[in-house]
Write a protein that binds this ligand. Sequence first.
Ligand code: FAD
Length: 265
Amino acid sequence: TEIKAWKEFDKAKLYMADLESGLHYLLRVELATHKTLEGAELKTFKDFVTVISKLFPGRQPVVKLLETLQEWLVSLPLDKIPYDAILDLVNNKMRISGIFLTNHIQWVGCQGSKPELRGYTCSLWKLFHTLTVQAAVRPKALINTGFEDNPQVVLQIMRRYIQHFFGCKACAQHFEEMAKESMESVKTLDKAVLWLWEKHNVVNDRLAGDPSEDPKFPKVPWPTPDLCPECHDEIKGLHSWNEAQVLQFLKHHYHHENILYKYAE
Ligand code: FAD
């Protein structure tokens, strides 16, 4: 395995290199294990691409690629699509036509202290947190997609993506259990941002001390007090979250204005 030099980064920022590397991995590695898409898988992938093409706060070439993929998927009258056709579309666009997605992995805020730690799963969390925040701050972006006025839109797409495609099957099962239990109760786009935050902390808590934990990035309740002191309250000596502050923090942290392009190709 190639050892890459450690990249300095600011944990209060989001890095486009992580989001784009994650998308590259999702489209060219994770999806590649499905030789043809059909039925519920195809529907899930189409809906995922529709939502991400509207909400991904990315650079023009990447957004264009997602839009092109979305238009192509909805225009196809087929009920089966070979993965290779999707790959062709993702690959056969040249920089010169202004449509392009990196084919290199460059983890920054998601780099691990060993190559097998962090990386893709970290970027997938960041991607979906970003999408929940984008849906909450730009709800009009989903007009005419069939997903407008659905406060659970991003959560439902994430649930289905994880269910059908996420390579870690045990993770998918855990996530499905949490979704079954309480996703239905999410009634606003803001609550969706908070739901995903809360469930991510449940996962962090479960994985603390697990071999998958990167010792350089211990699993702790997030955001830590150094990132957001106002998020933490103490009531009668017990820790509690100030959810209004947490929401404000998430909307700032996962907002497109908090994205840095350093290390992005
Ligand atoms: P991650 O947990 O991947 O988080 C990435 C970044 O998100 C953090 O660095 C931080 O900046 C931010 N963040 C952290 N907590 C929150 C929060 N509460 N809200 C918003 N942002 C936050 N691994 C398993 O071994 N078993 C599982 O069952 C499992 N289930 C998973 C389910 C899903 C849906 C996903 C996407 C991943 C799952 N994983 C599971 C992988 C695991 O959650 C981590 O992604 C992996 O261990 C790498 O951890 P990390 O240190 O990069 O931080």
